[in-house]
Write a protein that binds this ligand. Structure first.
Ligand code: GCB
Length: 655
């Protein structure tokens, strides 16, 4: 059935308005992919490493270590990239190091990259925590603030200064957090010489995971022609069995360029095509992108091939970039979260990028193991608590139909000085970086701007109103949330979000040992939030620590039995509220993870349902069994005719 013409026109206008929102973003950050016009050269492996142990940590800059091979400056060690450096050595000073560390890699680049001036050579760092400065052959090519998002620099001109193609990459990385970084932290010098040695300092952090540092994601070179596809934005929709893919392509390096855009299905057939920098592709008999376990063929992806041709007085340029595209819609009502107009319930987990030895370094065996565990568990979603995860992980989510709540690194904003303009502007910028990187992932269905800030502080209201509005302006197609700690009375973010996400730990941090209070307290909490805001609710964290292998019955805290019984009590309430307005449950946490040392942590946080080595605790079987079981209260659920929830711009209602 076709839509009436007026409705089609309105829909097209809306889609173009949404694509224009992308104009707020300056420049693209497409994932580097090989094609007939692009090469990728990964620099993973062993790098040379030196920590600057000087008292002020500035010896490396004072002596310009980037000007010569690092091993000529002093003692160096091997360091794998990607990996956190903290757990690689036997040296506790390296594990707990704060300040500048230096990485270096030497290589020879292909001669044609040097000789052919029509090639752009880009150096890209997937992520390095936290501040980075990058030199190529001693020339500063870029710097970046922030530990979880990619950055890059065009380096062809620098490489061409040495015709042999020899290339020395030096990257200095500093994990110092301040009140103005995301996440915030604070260095405290201990000046009482009767208690602390000269120069003693500690870094206070307000979040509960180890501040792993180093080069965490792949460093690579990629090439493009001088005239190239800089960015692509897609927004998808459908009507009956026709899919709509609105696209916008931005080009750099050419005043005019011809663009051909082709959408190809999994069998390699062209299903739609168009010319020009923007347009709408119509796909007959569309295969929608469905979440895992909601469809026999979840995670369906088309390939959108963008082919550019341009010319200048010297030469012609061809560039080809292929973007995976999943066609789906996302909507929110006052009680439901809809994917493709069907109610979606987040049977999910919270994760961390964390594992033995490599810390937060990207690790393919771990990624694949985690996806196998998610499927074993029957989980259909996760939140990227508490920072943006690797692009490679989001690509897996796209392919497997795992739904993602994509969180910014704004965790632990607890000091009033972190609510000022410096922090706010940085937060707005980070949201831009995040949306720019992740906007085309069908798996990403919601942005989370922060986790548990001190929202009772007076400036929090303006701060979060601004960040949430900015995020919605950047991407009007996805709902925006903000993850609150339990205390609804003091919460400042809730009026502005589309979905209420709440964390609470009844019978753990409150009323420890009293699992019998959980159902009453959780019911009260939910009803308060929903009565006041009339928005759907996600239980975005719940759980209890369990030291694996420790058993006591009747249960006591820290045993596997206690973790199980906490979950079972929460689940009773979830099953009631799910029929009303609860739209998801995300266990804290998927796996045990490392934290800073402290009296409440026994070698890290033990709220994982898997150990850090990914072995199931008893609670994992509770969740697996729960998710395999049909939920009787859901059989009557259908798409309601209700309007959007408060605060959700009408543009979020796609279909
Ligand atoms: C929370 C935080 C999470 C912690 C967790 C805990 O509310 O959001 O980062 O790890 O509690 O275990 O205390």
């Amino acid at each position: 059935m076709c839509l009436p013409v007026r409705q089609q026109v309105l829909r097209a206008l809306w889609l173009f308005a949404v694509l224009d929102a992308g104009l707020l973003l300056d420049g693209g950050m497409l994932y580097p992919r090989e094609s007939s016009s692009r090469e990728v050269k990964e620099l993973s492996g062993l790098w040379v490493f030196r920590a600057d142990r000087s008292p002020n940590r500035k010896q490396g800059f004072d002596e310009a270590w980037y000007k010569r091979p690092l091993e000529e400056t002093g003692p160096v060690i091997d360091m794998p990239v990607p990996a956190s450096y903290n757990d690689i050595t036997q040296d506790p000073e390296i594990r707990d190091f704060i300040g500048w560390v230096w990485y270096e890699r030497e290589l020879v680049v292909p001669t044609r990259w040097i000789q052919d001036e029509s090639i752009r050579v880009v150096l890209r760092v997937g992520s390095a925590h936290y501040n980075s400065v990058v030199w190529v052959n001693g020339v500063n090519v870029t710097q970046h603030e922030g530990g979880h998002l990619p950055f890059e620099a065009e380096v062809g001109d620098v490489l061409r200064k040495d015709p042999t193609g020899s290339c020395r990459i030096t990257i200095a990385v500093n994990n110092t957090l301040t009140l103005y970084t995301l996440p915030p932290g604070n260095i405290q010098y201990m000046n009482d010489r009767t208690r602390y040695p000269d120069g003693f300092f500690v870094q206070s952090i307000y979040f509960d995971f180890f501040n792993y540092a180093g080069i965490h994601r792949p460093v690579l070179f990629y090439t493009t022609p001088k005239a190239y596809v800089d960015d692509i934005t897609v927004v998808t929709d459908f009507s009956d069995n026709t899919g709509l893919v609105s696209y916008k392509v931005s080009v750099k390096g050419a005043v005019t360029a011809a663009l051909k855009v082709t959408l190809i299905d999994k069998q390699g057939h062209c299903v739609a095509s168009s010319n020009g920098p923007f347009g709408v592709l119509k796909v007959q008999d569309v295969n929608l992108w469905w979440p895992y376990l909601t469809h026999e063929n979840p995670g369906y992806l088309y390939s959108m091939e963008v082919r550019l041709s341009a010319a200048d007085e010297r030469t012609t340029y061809e560039d080809v970039y292929t973007l995976p595209v999943g066609i789906r819609t996302v909507n929110v009502t006052s009680t439901q979260f809809l994917i493709n107009n069907k109610p979606f319930y987040f049977h999910g987990v919270n994760k961390h990028e964390d594992s033995d030895i490599r810390g937060k370094g990207l690790d393919w065996p771990l990624i694949v193991k985690d996806f196998n565990l998610l499927k074993w568990l029957g989980a259909n979603s996760f939140r990227t608590s508490h920072y943006p995860y690797a692009e490679e992980i989001l690509q897996m989510c796209d392919r497997h139909g795992i739904v993602v709540i994509d969180e910014s690194p704004a965790v632990g904003i607890k000091d009033i000085r972190s609510f000022g303009n410096v922090s706010l502007n940085h937060h707005l910028f980070v949201m831009e970086e995040l949306v720019r990187r992740d906007k085309n992932h069908p798996s990403v269905v919601m942005w989370s701007v922060a986790n548990e800030p001190a929202s009772e502080m007076p400036p929090a209201d303006y701060y979060f109103k601004t960040v949430i509005k900015h995020t919605r302006d950047l991407d009007p197609t996805r709902p925006v949330t903000f993850v609150s700690s339990s205390n609804f009375a003091r919460d400042k973010g809730a009026p502005y979000v589309d979905v209420i996400c709440i964390n609470n730990y009844f019978s753990w941090y409150h009323d420890p040992g009293h699992v019998e209070v959980i159902t009453l307290q959780l019911n009260t909490e939910y009803d308060n939030w929903h009565e006041k805001y009339k928005k759907p609710i996600i239980q975005s964290e719940y759980g209890a620590d369990a030291v694996p292998g420790v058993h006591v019955d009747p249960p006591v805290m820290f045993t596997e039995e206690y973790q199980k019984v906490v979950l079972q009590n929460y689940h009773k309430v979830f099953d009631q509220k799910r029929a009303q307005y609860l739209i998801g449950e995300l266990i804290w946490n998927f796996a045990d993870f490392m934290t800073t040392q402290g009296v409440t942590r026994v070698v890290g946080n033990k709220k994982g349902i898997f150990t850090r080595q990914r072995q199931p605790k008893a609670a994992a079987f509770i969740l697996k069994e729960r998710r395999a079981r049909p939920v009787p209260s859901l059989t009557s659920t259908s798409v309601t005719a209700e309007g959007p929830s408060l605060g959700l711009t009408s543009t979020c209602m796609q279909s």
